[in-house]
Write a protein that binds this ligand. Structure first.
Ligand code: DON
Length: 344
């Protein structure tokens, strides 16, 4: 090989490596780095015994506390997993993200801001005081669609001729995010329907204050069914990956929601996704996220990846303990914090 050829070969080699490096950085790491981060988090937290399953919904207390699955989906459609990604849990409050997204798709970003609000309450997810406080002291829609009063209101805003039509359209939307037809865990739906008197009270209160403008019991019932949708860690990661990819499912390539509507959804996840611990979460990870009392958490690294962990034991705020620790470790290992910039 003469000198000129050698220079050309070296340049091509360097160029290829640079391209691979740039793509890896855009994804938040290369295959080996991502797999290593998932495996490390899985192993590190597999045996911890803190927290306990939610039990105010009786069916959730019976779910196997050892379920522990991690999945990460990059915006270019690669799926990485560790642990149990077959077992399904009920989506619970993570559903609130996708109902909010549905309302925004149907009525625009202003509809959520004007009717419900996009501010944190600083109170528990099913707080009635939060509604009273906003109404009496703040004077209007100063809560958000990720706490129960705002979430039941958001569900009441989904369009459809009757209950069946509303439900079908909502479930179709969730399924498009997941890239497969999702179903309902009927045992959880019945269990929560039998014990959701507090949510019924919240529904009536939101109706009394005219946030909900249709039958509040129909909204509460659909909300309860949406919380009972059954998902595994991979489903949740694809749903998060779709948000990370500007509303386009990175596996099916279906544009599920408009790219311009995604930042509003992520903003509300950032301020209220982990309830009264949302600030603490954002401080450590910088990631918009959402938890559910079924044990799942999703987090979104815009333009790079969506990640989900399922593990039922929760902390006092109602967030999965293993999921918080694992997502935090993995994202930090992959440079996932969107607030972090390298000085030029
Ligand atoms: O309305 C409820 O209480 C449940 N269906 C959902 C609550 C929930 O997931 C809060 N999560 N941290």
């Amino acid at each position: 090989m003469n000198r000129r050829m050698l220079i050309v070969v070296c340049a091509v080699f360097l160029g290829l490596n640079l391209t691979v490096g740039i793509v890896a950085a855009q994804q938040g790491g290369n295959d080996a780095q991502i797999n290593a981060a998932l495996q490390a988090a899985y192993t590190k937290y597999k045996d911890i015994k803190e927290g306990k399953n939610a039990d105010y919904i009786p069916a959730l207390a019976k779910v196997d506390s050892n379920i522990y699955g991690i999945a990460l989906v990059t915006t270019d459609g690669k799926v990485y997993t560790a642990g149990d990604i077959k077992s399904e849990v009920s989506i619970q409050s993570i559903s609130k993200v996708f109902t909010m997204a549905k309302v925004i798709e149907e009525q625009g970003l202003a509809a959520i801001e004007n009717r419900i609000g996009v501010d944190p309450t600083g109170m528990r997810f099913n707080s009635i005081v939060a509604v009273e406080f906003a109404q009496k002291l703040l004077g209007g829609p100063e809560i958000n669609p990720l706490v129960n009063p705002g979430a039941i209101t958001a569900t009441s805003m989904v369009s459809g001729a009757n209950r069946d039509a509303i439900w079908k359209s909502l479930l179709r939307f969730y399924s498009d995010f997941a890239g497969r037809s999702l179903g309902v865990n009927q045992e959880v739906f019945k269990s929560e329907s039998d014990t959701n008197q507090r949510n019924q009270a919240i529904g009536y209160l939101m109706y009394a204050y005219e946030f909900i403008k249709s039958d509040p019991m129909r909204a509460t019932d659909i909300y309860t069914e949406q919380c009972s949708v059954s998902v595994n860690a991979k489903d949740l990661a694809i749903m998060a990956g779709t948000l990370a990819n500007g509303g386009k499912n990175p596996i099916t390539h279906n544009q599920v929601m408009k790219p311009e509507n995604v930042p509003g959804v992520l903003a509300v996840m950032s301020i209220a996704g982990l309830y009264d611990d949302s600030g603490k979460w954002l401080y450590h990870t910088g990631l918009p996220a959402k938890s559910g009392v079924g044990g799942g958490i999703i987090a979104v690294c815009p333009g790079k990846f969506g990640i989900a962990v399922i593990s039922p034991p929760l902390d006092a705020a109602g967030n999965s303990i293993r999921a918080q620790k694992a997502i935090s470790d993995i994202s930090n290992a992959l440079g996932g914090n969107p607030y972090k910039a390298n000085p030029r």
